[in-house]
Design a protein around this ligand. Structure first.
Ligand SMILES: [Zn+2]
Length: 218
């Protein structure tokens, strides 16, 4: 996999600190799973985070602080969300391992919903102010021109697209903030399938699209 577009330092730092939303964390983990470059930078981000923590003035701890932490760990160990997730085998070579935990079928067999002809989506329904979805765009089609109220992360799983920022192929990630307005066009002979996580709703440029936005669920 020849990955050319990577995660921003800021995104890696926030991810390392555990402060990204579930959807964005899933996307970052899915990129890192296949990107040796970002695996290396992630280790650096964790080292920097650890060094910063050591720099902080020590806080006075209650005498039984350690016992409290141990008790907490013990309590959480029994609850389902703290258990190590079962390692599901990816059903589809195009699905990175972290994402495979959320999908029960290969990409072609998922319950895709048509937004407009040639553009289909699957909402992972992870909650939060933004959204986490798979988008499937037929060759030659584009997503309407839009900017962002917040951040948008896109990971290409299959196919490719081009926009004002360049060409993005399988494994590449587009890490966009609200300064960027773009119109991705699916530009290879197969559907472009990508995982997209936002932390706020998108902002479309055209009036017509803005009018239908609540109905098409973007
Ligand atoms: Zn990378």
């Amino acid at each position: 996999m020849n990955i050319r577009h990577h995660l921003d330092d800021a995104t890696l730092m926030v991810y390392a600190a555990g402060s990204l939303s579930e959807g964005m964390s899933l996307l970052v983990a899915s990129h890192i799973d296949r990107c040796a470059h970002c695996q290396q930078r992630m280790r650096q981000a964790e080292a920097v985070g650890g060094a910063l923590l050591e720099e902080l003035a020590p806080v006075a701890l209650a005498p039984d602080a350690l016992d409290q932490v141990l008790a907490l760990l013990e309590t959480n160990a029994g609850s389902p969300e703290m258990q190590t997730p079962v390692r599901v085998r990816s059903q589809d070579a195009d699905i990175p391992m972290p994402l495979a935990q959320y999908l029960n079928k290969p990409l072609d067999e998922l319950d895709w919903r048509t937004l407009v002809p040639g553009v289909r989506q699957l909402d992972l329904r992870l909650g939060g102010p933004g959204a986490t979805r798979l988008l499937r765009i037929a060759p030659g089609l584009s997503v309407p021109h839009h900017s962002h109220r917040g951040n948008e992360l896109t990971l290409i799983l299959r196919g490719s697209y081009s926009d004002e920022l360049g060409r993005f192929q399988a494994g590449d990630v587009a890490d966009l903030d609200e300064q960027i307005s773009h119109q991705p066009i699916s530009d290879s002979g197969e559907d472009c399938i990508c995982l997209i996580a936002t932390d706020a709703p998108l902002r479309f440029s055209g009036l017509m699209v803005r009018l239908v936005q609540p109905f098409i669920g973007l």
